[in-house]
Design a protein around this ligand. Structure first.
Ligand SMILES: *Cc1c(COP(=O)(O)O)cnc(C)c1O
Length: 381
């Protein structure tokens, strides 16, 4: 029997991307920080309510800038979840930092804020909370701990563009916040990212680090009469073609989020009966969090063979996927990081999680088919 294939992800285009790229080409300004980059900066600053936003070529790059700005020295410890993408840890390891992995919450799968304080040592320099699936960490508690212990907070808000915590944009709450515009995220530019610089004391250094360690940004503003090497930096900025593409997406960010939320809510309703039967658990969104429908995942009841579920879905044309292999059980995580306390929740949730297809253009009928296949299997669980 032939099944219609349902991919896991399909990038959404607004239709304006090529127009803006053409404009950039006609303007003959192709390197970074041209007119489209400036528009994106302004949009991000206004939208997130932050003093400075800087486009980067990826969220990974923004996190690497974060590690430099947090002044991570060899041996400095950074508290973070193990249940995250490698870049959260890698950015700090590049500076000689030591990731200290702390377990996650049962409900949101975010860093468990109740376990952070016990993991702090005299070497602790920063906390890197990750807003999984665009649902915020308990930021008030995390910021309070950081302030009392003199720690920097670098938010990995890669998945959190357009999400809020108590009305504040994710990425705008810590000292620094990192966004991703990778093709698999909600608002995209192929590869791309941004660093939100929320502490104005860090702005000048952020500009320098992003421009190869030079004060070129000040030179372009006419604030200095030549630019020179000021400190360690690299090239973290994207070219104008990427910024032009991103500008088309940012203008549609509200609509993109609204349409994704509709699809997310549909899964949520369709799956309610299965949760009521106890065969799976749906995502939990705390009331102070407005999310962006970045992801729809289910957590299978313990003991159900996830691989078999994924294979059955695949055999029926549905591409659903698992997510992170916890960093503390990866070769590099073991070499460069250490664990504080039990990783029981991280291990348990990562083993039973499945992400369902979610993209703009996915039809209600397709979503019903995905859930129907799961319901059929659940008949035997
Ligand atoms: C996608 C992602 C990143 C990396 O983003 P890039 O833009 O691909 O570098 C980092 N952290 C998390 C949590 C992510 O989901």
């Amino acid at each position: 029997m032939q099944h219609e294939r349902i991919p896991f992800n399909r990038p959404y285009m607004t239709g304006k991307e090529l127009d803006y790229i053409k404009q950039a080409e006609a303007g003959a300004m192709l390197s970074g920080d041209g007119p489209f980059t400036k528009r994106c900066h302004k949009w991000l600053e206004e939208h997130a309510g932050v003093p400075t936003a800087l486009l980067t070529h990826s969220c990974t790059a923004a996190l690497e800038m974060g590690a430099l700005l947090a002044d991570i020295q060899p041996g400095d410890e950074v508290i973070m979840p193990s249940y995250t993408f490698v870049s959260t840890a890698n950015a700090f390891v590049l500076r000689g930092g030591v990731p200290v992995f702390v377990d996650i919450r049962e409900d949101t799968l975010n860093l468990d804020e109740r376990l952070i304080e016990a993991a702090i040592t005299p070497r602790t320099k920063a906390i890197a909370p990750v807003h999984y699936a665009g649902v915020a960490c308990e930021m008030d508690t995390i910021m309070d701990i950081a302030r009392r212990h003199g720690l920097k907070v670098v938010e990995d808000a890669a998945q959190g563009v357009m999400s809020t915590y108590k009305g504040r944009a994710l990425g705008s709450i810590g000292d620094l916040g990192a966004y991703s515009f990778h093709e698999t995220k909600n608002v995209i530019s192929g590869e791309g990212g941004a660093l939100l610089v929320n502490d104005p004391a860090l702005t000048l250094r952020a500009e320098i680090i992003r421009e190869k360690g030079t004060d070129r940004s000040r030179f372009f503003r006419g604030e200095v009469d030549k630019y020179t090497w000021q400190e360690v930096g690299s090239s973290f900025l994207p070219g104008e073609l990427i910024a032009a593409f991103l500008w088309a997406q940012l203008q549609e960010a509200q609509n993109i989020t609204r349409m994704r939320l509709e699809a997310w809510e549909r899964y949520h309703q369709l799956l309610a009966p299965l949760e009521a039967r106890g065969v799976l658990r749906r995502p939990v969104v705390p009331k102070e969090c407005q999310h962006n429908a970045h992801m729809y995942y289910i957590l299978l009841r313990d003991g159900i063979n996830r691989q078999q579920v994924l294979e059955t879905l695949k055999n029926n044309g549905v591409n659903a996927v698992f997510h992170y292999v916890p960093l503390h059980s990866s070769p590099a995580g073991q070499r460069y990081g250490r664990v504080h306390g039990s990783m029981q929740m991280t291990d348990r949730q990562s083993e039973r999680l499945i992400r369902l297809p979610l993209w703009l253009g996915l039809t209600p009928a397709q979503q019903e088919r995905v859930v129907g296949l799961i319901a059929d299997m659940a008949g035997n669980w």
